[in-house]
Design a protein around this ligand. Structure first.
Ligand code: MD3
Ligand code: FE
Length: 214
């Protein structure tokens, strides 16, 4: 079968530049102009649904700031992780920007759009520990991720806990997809390289994570 099927992606998806542990990577999917245009759209989303620092179940704020677009947003507090239909202020999450949906449809196909576009902002010093994405109801859909701004050291493990991990640097404009057997792999961001990109006002990194939720 074609590589795209093995990766759990649309048979029409463009060939990834790199595949490691079932994670498909398209380095530089977005050129500088496309990155700029996307950031302008994200600024509007963030104006409508401001970034916040979710509280973990241990009562500590995450170092990453977040907000969402779509039918659902990802949320966390002492009661745990979950998807919620509204921003903490009570407003609906804004629609997912069209250029983001274009990337999803190219990779996952036209059949179903994502329910959530999680927006993660990493200012200097922010990181995300090794975890699985398992708050969704259906793991047959891939997760698609878009990197903007500073470089980030991405760590990939396996589906099981423990074992060896592998690290690689993500750059602004890179797109990743985790489908099929890679959908439940452990992953995280060890650190960013502050100042490596001038894309974002105030510096830092934005990651967009697209998921089907229910
Ligand atoms: C799912 N975000 O928000 S990219 C997250 O760069 C998250 O902000 C990271 O992990 C970030 O949950 C990583 C999204 C990603 C990467 C690899 C995965 C999701 C994945 C591998 C398997 C399943
Ligand atoms: Fe994740």
């Amino acid at each position: 079968m074609k590589y795209t099927k093995d990766l759990g992606l649309s048979p029409k998806a463009p060939p990834p530049g790199l595949v490691t542990r079932g994670v498909a990577i398209w380095p530089g999917w977005l050129d500088r102009a496309a990155q700029k245009a996307l950031v302008a759209e994200l600024r509007a989303v963030i104006r409508a649904a401001p970034l916040f620092s979710p509280i973990t179940r241990w009562g500590k704020p995450m170092s990453v700031q977040m907000t969402s677009a779509g039918r659902y947003g990802w949320f966390s507090d002492r009661r745990g992780y979950r998807y919620v239909p509204r921003h903490p202020t009570g407003t609906d999450w804004p629609p997912i920007p069209a250029p983001v949906l274009d990337i999803w449809r190219a990779i996952a196909g036209p059949g179903r759009d994502p329910d959530c576009c999680l927006i993660n902002l990493y200012r200097a010093g922010a990181k995300m520990g090794l975890h699985q994405d398992r708050d969704e109801a259906d793991f047959t859909w891939p997760v698609v991720s878009i990197s903007l701004g500073d470089d980030a050291l991405f760590r990939i493990g396996s589906t099981d806990r423990g074992g060896k991990t592998e690290s690689l640097w993500l750059h602004s404009g890179d797109v990743l997809a985790m489908g099929g057997p890679a959908r439940l792999i452990h992953h995280g961001i060890d650190r960013t390289r502050p100042g490596s990109s001038d894309l974002l006002q105030g510096g830092g990194r934005i990651n967009l994570t697209l998921r089907v939720v229910d």
